[in-house]
Design a protein around this ligand. Structure first.
Ligand SMILES: Cc1cc2nc3c(=O)[nH]c(=O)nc-3n(C[C@H](O)[C@H](O)[C@H](O)COP(=O)(O)O)c2cc1C
Length: 362
């Protein structure tokens, strides 16, 4: 098994939900890139559960950088970040150990690991591991900002409530999203939170769609065919557990358009060639085209629900019924936003390193 992503700029995740700590190792950054611990902490705070109906598990995310950074700058050696798990309650899971929780990875992991897996709290496959993605991705995000490349994510829809989508030029909208705990562009937070609480009270959960934009990317980033800009980002985003789909630009809606509608007409602007619309989501032929890179990702409803569900034992010997207690989010869509932003930052750094070398970000 392997838990590493990236070709040049790589992230390795270690740890389990109920282990002593999560470890993220970020490798491939050029020496001299600033590492701002306060900024990392601010991004981790956005991922932390804190609002309407969110899990009562309280993790301080008091991380330590144990290698690869000296006097606030990357040394060029791998950066290892350790994030302790301080609020672990394995007893929450005792009642259904040995059963496959529907919607969770339990049965598939058991098949993969031949019974040697640690499934306490979801083990290595838990959403808790995304703290490592955020900590490492925050370093990439800050390095990209210094080059004028910005990334932001908002909740495009949740439980039937829709937010305003990104405009062709999303710059002003990215400003508005900066630091928002509940990242939406229009006045829909109360409505979304009410629907999430409603689901929670019914012992159920809801999903949603998130939308990410990357601005300031030069045209021509991506590799032909197999490390295309959209392919690398899709792999990164689909690595976030609970995300089940991704579309770039107008995505699946393109399938129902006429060519004359779908094509993005080119025009000359003071900044160079730009398209009038952005149905392609900033990618043509696998390369960035100078427009904002925009994608939507589908976040499924949180699998842990307290409604009784039909299941089987992990050994496949019997059918059973499962009721999941413990501490869970009725919707993870808010918390996934910062994870998607940070994961995108890592993928973009990797793509830039493939195109220009790692010194591009210095
Ligand atoms: C930030 C984050 C937090 C999550 N928190 C929970 C949670 O509290 N309860 C839960 O059942 N699933 C949670 N998940 C989702 C599960 O980890 C995920 O659905 C499960 O591992 C199965 O993976 P899959 O949905 O990709 O197939 C979370 C995911 C993320 C990214």
């Amino acid at each position: 098994m392997k838990s590493t992503i990236g070709t040049i700029v790589t992230l390795t995740l270690a740890g389990e939900s109920h282990g002593s700590e999560i470890v993220a190792i970020l490798d491939g950054l050029a020496p001299g890139i600033p590492v701002d611990e306060a900024f990392i902490a601010s991004q981790l705070a956005l991922r932390r559960p804190q609002g309407a109906g969110e899990t009562a598990r309280r993790e301080e995310d008091a991380f330590r950088i144990v290698s690869g950074v000296l006097d606030g700058h990357a040394t060029g050696a791998p950066i290892a970040i350790v994030i302790p798990n301080s609020d672990v309650r394995s007893s929450d899971y005792a009642g259904f150990s040995g059963l496959a929780r529907p919607g969770h990875a339990d049965y598939a992991v058991h098949a993969r690991c031949d019974g040697f897996e640690d499934l306490r709290g979801g083990g290595h496959f838990s959403g808790r591991l995304t703290a490592g993605i955020v900590a490492a991705g925050a370093i990439a995000l800050k390095a990209l900002r210094a080059k004028g490349i910005r990334i932001g994510t908002h909740i495009l829809s949740c439980a039937g409530v829709s937010d305003e989508p990104f405009a062709v030029d999303p710059s002003a909208q990215l400003d508005r999203l900066e630091g928002l705990r509940f990242p939406v562009l229009s006045d829909v937070q109360a409505q979304m939170e009410a629907r999430i609480l409603e689901a929670s009270r019914a012992g159920d959960s809801v999903g949603g769609v998130i939308q990410t934009a990357v601005t300031g990317l030069p045209a021509g980033v991506g590799e032909p065919w197999f490390a295309s800009a959209d392919g690398v980002i899709a792999n990164a985003i689909l690595s976030i557990r609970g995300i089940k789909g991704i579309e770039f630009g107008s995505g699946f809606a393109l399938a129902g358009m006429m060519g004359s509608e779908a094509n993005d007409a080119w025009s000359l602007t003071p900044e160079g060639p730009r398209t009038v619309t952005n149905h392609s989501g900033g990618v043509n032929g696998g390369f960035t085209n100078g427009m904002p890179l925009v994608f939507n990702a589908a976040v499924k409803p949180t699998p842990s629900i307290s409604i009784p569900q039909r299941t089987v034992s992990l050994d496949g010997a019997r059918e059973d019924q499962i009721e999941i207690g413990g501490r869970h989010d009725p919707a993870i869509v808010r918390r996934v936003c910062v994870v998607a932003t940070c994961m995108t930052a890592l993928a973009v750094c990797d793509l830039l390193a493939l195109r220009f070398g790692t010194d591009y970000l210095r």
